[in-house]
Design a binder for this molecule. Structure first.
Ligand SMILES: Cc1cc2nc3c(=O)[nH]c(=O)nc-3n(C[C@H](O)[C@H](O)[C@H](O)COP(=O)(O)O)c2cc1C
Length: 438
């Protein structure tokens, strides 16, 4: 029997999904009331996914040509709601699946974040996760009154301290502090609730947390930092890592590296689950899949500026200044934003032109190409996991609709389950326990 793997879904923010794509209904008007996201969570729960991650950023892009036009015109990560609200509704719509909103350390002081996540963990009965990000845009920093973000590596030093503060707050209620004894009239045993009095270089907080404890003790921590400093941080703090990296050899090297770092930090490497971004092309037959792929390529070719604008948003690079036919290795591309993503882009680009490089990097597939019938793709996923070693996949679909969701939940997942590759039922009630099951 093969070792099963985990499944997650990477939702591109609480935003209009797949604007301009077919089968998206009246998404341009319906997105404000997140029935699609609640349906998504219900369907993925039926398919026994570990979690839905709600990606986020809190600014309107303006790096492409120094203008907001392309972002607004095409709905690139805007309009976008606060994920705390959407996460709450998705939690209320489900019973087992993990719900993982993204919050940045520079947008929420530790106390606010710790209280909000504890509340989400409570109302979901232990299914809350936090996608812990440090931010990547100076435009976002300015929305919060900061002149700019701190430098890349310093952000992670600050994040280490931030984690100490929020962990202190989550630990400020000992297990068993809530007595709720009607006879004696004692609700909370005050000897089991403690101040934190955390005094760091960048953050301070008094505590204890007035929300009370998290059912999971602490929420599940998701992280995506892929640079060496980012990996070090994730290895020390994350329960699950979301990784965007091309090819099974690079995926394996990434996973081996993070696991070694986790062990060096005194953690069990099996407590850190790496999920790799994929964007499968699922169809009823191989011919239909190939036709879908050609359509996807044609769409991507027509959208190169949007793809570059999106990539420029997370790397703070104005790609509009470059000729699309210029070889990438002649451009001076640097970032204080998503460093690892830019490095991976350059690696994939080699000597290709900017247009070709963007198309191979983001145009059609994720970490590995998955294409064909549900059975074909199940076999491809099994093979990739065999080579990489684990731990699972994160679906990042550019064309989210109820139809796409059904292709995954009702087409692909049953094929995975038949092969014993993914679970048929949740074993545990809480999110972290399910993550650690295998
Ligand atoms: C798959 C993936 C998902 C990410 N999701 C978010 C997100 O939702 N919000 C955000 O601000 N940053 C997000 N990031 C950015 C990372 O949290 C991190 O800031 C960025 O990758 C830069 O760190 P690095 O150079 O260590 O990779 C994501 C990165 C990756 C690779």
């Amino acid at each position: 029997m093969p070792k099963p793997f985990h499944l997650g879904w990477f939702l591109q923010g609480s935003s209009v999904q797949a604007w301009g794509e077919p089968f998206t209904g009246a998404i341009g008007r319906d997105w404000m009331v997140p029935e699609l996201f609640c349906d998504l969570a219900r369907h993925l729960e039926r398919a026994c996914f570990d979690y839905v991650l709600i990606e986020d950023s809190s600014y309107v892009g303006e790096s492409y040509g120094g203008s907001r036009e392309i972002y607004l015109k095409h709905g690139l990560a805007v309009p976008r709601q606060d994920p705390a609200i959407t996460a709450t509704l998705m939690a209320a719509a489900t019973k087992r699946i993990g719900i993982v909103p993204t919050f940045a350390t520079f947008t929420h002081p530790p106390y606010l974040l710790a209280r909000m996540m504890a509340s989400l963990d409570q109302i979901s009965s232990g299914r809350a996760g936090w996608n812990m990000v440090t931010g990547s845009s100076d435009v976002a920093a300015r929305n919060y009154g900061l002149p700019q973000l701190p430098d890349h590596d310093l952000r992670y030093d600050m994040a280490d301290e931030y984690m100490q503060a929020v962990n202190g707050l989550w630990d400020s209620w000992e297990p068993g502090a809530i007595v709720a004894d009607e006879e004696s009239g004692v609700l909370v045993d005050h000897t089991k609730v403690h101040a934190v009095d955390f005094e760091g270089k960048w953050y301070r907080t008094h505590g204890p947390l007035n929300s009370g404890p998290c059912p999971q003790g602490r929420p599940v921590i998701a992280q995506a930092g892929g640079s060496p400093r980012g990996r070090q941080f994730a290895a020390a703090n994350a329960d699950t890592i979301v990784a965007s990296i091309k090819g099974t050899a690079a995926m394996k090297a990434y996973r081996d590296d993070v696991r070694a770092r986790a062990a060096a930090a005194g953690r069990d490497p099996d407590h850190v689950k790496l999920l790799f971004l994929v964007n499968p092309i699922i169809a009823g037959s191989r011919a239909e899949a190939e036709a879908k792929k050609q359509a996807r390529i044609a769409r991507a070719e027509a959208q190169v500026p949007q793809l570059l604008a999106f990539f420029g948003k997370i790397t703070n690079i104005d790609f509009a200044q470059y000729d699309l036919d210029a070889p990438v290795d002649t451009l001076d591309l640097r970032t204080n934003g998503h460093q690892q993503s830019l490095d991976d882009f350059k690696r994939v680009a080699g000597k290709k032109s900017l247009r070709e490089a963007m198309l191979s990097y983001r145009g059609t597939s994720g970490s590995v190409e998955l294409i064909g019938t549900p059975d074909d793709i199940a076999a491809q996923m099994a093979e990739a996991m065999e080579e990489v070693g684990g731990d699972g996949f994160l679906f990042s679909m550019g064309d989210v609709s109820r139809r796409t969701i059904a292709e995954v939940a009702d087409g692909l997942v049953p094929a995975l389950q038949r092969r014993g590759l993914t679970r048929r039922a949740y074993t545990y009630e809480q999110f972290r326990d399910n993550l650690r099951e295998f």
